[in-house]
Design a protein around this ligand. Structure first.
Ligand code: FES
Ligand code: FES
Length: 168
């Protein structure tokens, strides 16, 4: 493969927050850069370059994934949700509301990734134990909170009537 071939833009299309999106991207473009720079969805954060922080977590075809670990081209045809698409016409997602009720954030940098991962956890496991919450969020780092209120926020969401049945 020549240098020219490696850099040739490729056409991709996917659904992001229920909206069909299409673009030409370089094959090396990371999904997180595509979301932030091409689509302008800057709620998905970048907190590291080592796949450790989880600030870039989104949902891809029903799974929580770190969007810095995936090429945009690998999401071709996918169904994506970012933090901008988590709330619906009825208001905040229960996990978002839980973070507000339980003061689950300070600077907020880790928060979009935390919320996306926690929402996916509750979708898979509506009533997780405290240990299951901690285990699910172990790939999301927070420099501020000490995690206690983050766990409480997820527990708050899980305790809402129908709260954990919201897709995520
Ligand atoms: Fe993706 Fe840190 S930016 S894990
Ligand atoms: Fe600041 Fe988590 S609230 S990094």
């Amino acid at each position: 493969m020549t240098e020219t071939t490696r850099g040739r833009p490729i056409a991709i299309q996917m659904t992001v927050n229920s909206v069909p999106r299409a673009a030409n991207v370089e094959p090396r473009t990371l999904l997180v850069h595509f979301l932030r720079e091409t689509l302008g969805l800057t709620g998905t954060h970048i907190g590291c370059d080592t796949t450790q922080c989880g600030a870039c977590t989104i949902h891809l075809d029903g799974r929580a994934v770190k969007s810095c670990t995936i090429l945009a081209a690998q999401a071709q045809g996918g169904d994506l949700t970012t933090i901008e698409g988590l709330a619906d016409a009825d208001g905040l997602h229960p996990v978002q509301e839980g973070f507000r009720q339980e003061h689950g954030l300070q600077c907020g940098y880790c928060t979009p990734g935390m919320i996306m991962n926690a929402a996916n956890l509750l979708h898979r496991n509506p009533h997780p134990t405290e240990d299951e919450i901690k285990h699910a969020l172990q790939g999301n780092l927070c420099r501020c909170t000490g995690y206690v209120n983050i766990v409480r926020a997820v527990q708050w969401a899980a305790a809402q009537p129908g709260g954990s049945s919201v897709s995520g």
